[in-house]
Design a protein around this ligand. Structure first.
Ligand code: ES4
Ligand code: ZN
Length: 324
């Protein structure tokens, strides 16, 4: 099964590239840039990754990315991830990045995008791995700031495949960003949003109705609203599920208690993703393997989930035909 899951061509639709920063690269970038770290060793970093909830993770996530300063740093971050993903049988990655988390530290947008897109081009040339770039807004900051970031990204609109919405969910409903997403839509940019991870099912509905998203990131709490589930099924709106993330952030106690089997049973269009692989105990393959251990799914189930991701991906029809 491990061989089968490795060879299965997998597309990853929910990956925060800053969350792919492994402690080893964190140390080497800290040294390269003269940034002080509050950790003495790689082991100490990993030991600190014991989270109670989303916010306790976000605190370390924003702290860790302080080592990213130059375009080369963003390039190395993404290229290291693409190499690991490729070795796990990942054929397409949709990486989201958080421009505000870097702009607020004085790292310009062009530095971020130049480094990331250079790695995306090299990964396609060298590994045959395609990718898409999702610019995410931090929902715990103001809508006005997000609007400013969207404007500031004008020179890069052509390089951006979609906009997203992430960070601390509770108290920051999708409706707060209706105007920002309306502008993104007017610009022709597809939209995705985290909803129903820690927040209620009503946030999923808001993301659909007020942000007009084409996918929901997480969405695991949709089961609390049967009418919403029926609508998600009817519209075949994909959910990007992140199994190990949900365990590590205590959305569920253990993977065998995850609603994944119920979500599948409901007929929802699901995909499996790693979210923040450096923080949550593994990449795509580990997530697939953990599901096999917890749920004992057949090869057919994994084939269906992998196909859902390819069908829901931002990729050319030629690339989709090649992968399906
Ligand atoms: C995130 Cl797991 C998760 N949820 C919301 N925002 C995030 N940013 C990075 N990882
Ligand atoms: Zn996420």
């Amino acid at each position: 099964m491990q061989d089968f899951l490795t060879r299965l061509p997998k597309a990853e639709l929910h990956l925060h590239i800053e969350g792919s920063l492994e402690p080893e690269l964190m140390f080497s970038l800290a040294q390269r840039n003269g940034v002080a770290l509050p950790y003495g060793s790689v082991e100490e970093v990993r030991a600190a990754y014991d989270f109670d909830d989303l916010q306790s993770f976000l605190n370390l996530y924003y702290q860790g990315m302080a080592v990213l300063r130059t375009a080369d740093d963003f390039f190395d971050l993404a290229m290291d991830y693409f190499r690991r993903a490729h070795a796990e049988g990942v054929v397409h990655v949709e990486l989201s990045f958080d421009p505000q988390a870097h702009l607020s530290r004085g790292i310009r947008m062009d530095v971020q995008i130049e480094g990331l897109t250079k790695a995306m081009r090299l990964a396609e040339r060298e590994l045959g791995l395609t990718s898409a770039l999702i610019m995410s807004f931090l929902r715990d900051r103001s809508a006005a700031e997000a609007m400013g970031v969207l404007d500031q990204a004008a020179p890069y609109w052509e390089m951006i495949d979609a906009v997203g919405l992430d960070s601390a969910e509770l108290g920051h409903p999708p409706s707060k960003f209706a105007a920002v997403f309306e502008r993104a839509k007017a610009l022709g940019l597809p939209r995705v949003a985290h909803a129903g991870e820690e927040g209620p099912a009503s946030y999923i509905r808001e993301a659909m109705e007020q942000l007009d998203v084409c996918r929901i990131d997480h969405g695991v709490r949709c089961l609390e609203d049967p009418a919403l589930v029926a609508e998600l099924v009817e519209r075949r709106l994909p959910l990007t599920i992140c199994p190990l993330s949900n365990v590590r952030l205590k959305v569920v106690d253990r993977l065998d208690q995850h609603p994944l089997p119920a979500l599948l049973e409901a007929g929802l269009t699901l995909t499996l993703n790693s979210d923040d692989p450096a923080y949550f105990g593994g990449g795509m393959l580990e997530n697939f393997k953990a599901c096999e251990r917890a749920f004992g799914w057949s090869q057919e189930t994994f084939i269906d989930l992998a196909r859902n991701a390819i069908e829901a991906a931002f990729m050319s029809e030629a690339r989709r035909d090649e992968l399906l």
